[in-house]
Write a protein of this length. Structure first.
Ligand SMILES: [Zn+2]
Ligand SMILES: [Zn+2]
Length: 288
């Protein structure tokens, strides 16, 4: 096995994903707007407490974002196989491991899955995160979960604070930074526009990230990965589709039986009532 095609090792490798670039700009914009315009609006000692909480969250956010983006969750067997250093070890892996990746053309761990975006097998594959442009697997899942929780906390803090302070600024027509009465109307409205854009971005991010955190709590309780959840959802959809097809076939059969009945003039024809009832039940359950 020797493949010379592109293989991603971490999220900082090019090509970058458009969502990844968007997240960088959005994060810089929101945090700058919050730091420059919102934090100074608070009075002492509130400003000290808020600043300490915000700096801790921001530090954790940058640290975890770097760790998740820079981590390499590649299946170690594929790395070893590429080096081809120890033929005995490789032979052992070939015999022991039941799974074989036809794209990497080597044995892999049972929990590994080939990611087409990264062109590599990821051990304990959960999903490929476009926001950090990296695979999330067993090796970086804990950091990823901690990262999204911190992202959620910092966005809740910024959303609530921007909404509260922004409303007060509009109502009082005053701001510590621009000072409506001092600097004039134009700069004040420009500042308000920047704050409103940050509020929209932070609100959308809070909704999205909260849903994501709850989803990961849910799958963690169930003891499954995102990939396994998607697979089970797809299987359920297929099952529902099969049941739907089955019920439609039964309905068609019933129609043709009714026609035969009328055509032949049989009054005590044993119509399959049960199957008609089943059809209704199946149809209802499939649409839920
Ligand atoms: Zn592979
Ligand atoms: Zn990937």
């Amino acid at each position: 096995m020797k493949s010379n095609t592109f293989q991603r090792k971490h999220g900082f490798q090019r090509p970058f994903h458009s969502l990844q670039i968007f997240s960088w700009f959005s994060c810089i914009y929101n945090n700058l707007t919050y730091t420059i315009f919102i934090i100074p609006e608070h009075s002492y000692p509130e400003i000290i407490i808020l600043s300490v909480i915000y700096i801790i969250l921001l530090f954790l956010l940058i640290l975890l974002w770097y760790k998740v983006s820079r981590s390499d969750p590649t299946d170690p067997i594929t790395i070893l196989y590429k080096k081809e250093s120890d033929q005995v070890i490789l032979q052992d892996y070939e015999e022991k491991n039941e799974r074989h990746c036809s794209i990497c053309n080597c044995p892999v761990y049972k929990t590994s899955k080939h990611c087409m975006r990264c062109s590599r097998c990821t051990i304990g594959f959960d999903h490929h995160c476009k926001w950090v442009n990296n695979c999330i697997g067993v090796q970086n899942y804990k950091e990823f979960f901690a990262f999204i929780v911190v992202v959620q906390f910092i966005h809740i803090l910024m959303t609530v604070d921007i909404a509260f302070i922004g409303t007060q600024m509009i109502l009082n027509e005053n701001s510590v930074v621009s000072g409506y009465k001092k600097a004039g109307e134009k700069f004040f409205y420009f500042e308000e526009a920047l704050i409103m854009i940050a509020l929209v971005l932070c609100t959308l991010a809070t909704i999205f990230i909260t849903k994501l955190v709850f989803f990961h709590v849910y799958i963690s309780i169930k003891g499954i990965t995102t990939y396994q959840y998607i697979l089970s959802t797809m299987k359920n959809v297929e099952k529902e589709k099969d049941l739907d097809d089955l019920s439609e076939n039964r309905l068609m059969k019933n129609d043709s039986m009714e026609k035969n009945k009328k055509c032949c003039g049989i009054n005590n024809f044993n119509a399959p009532e049960n199957s008609l009832n089943q059809t209704v039940v199946v149809k209802n359950s499939a649409s839920v």
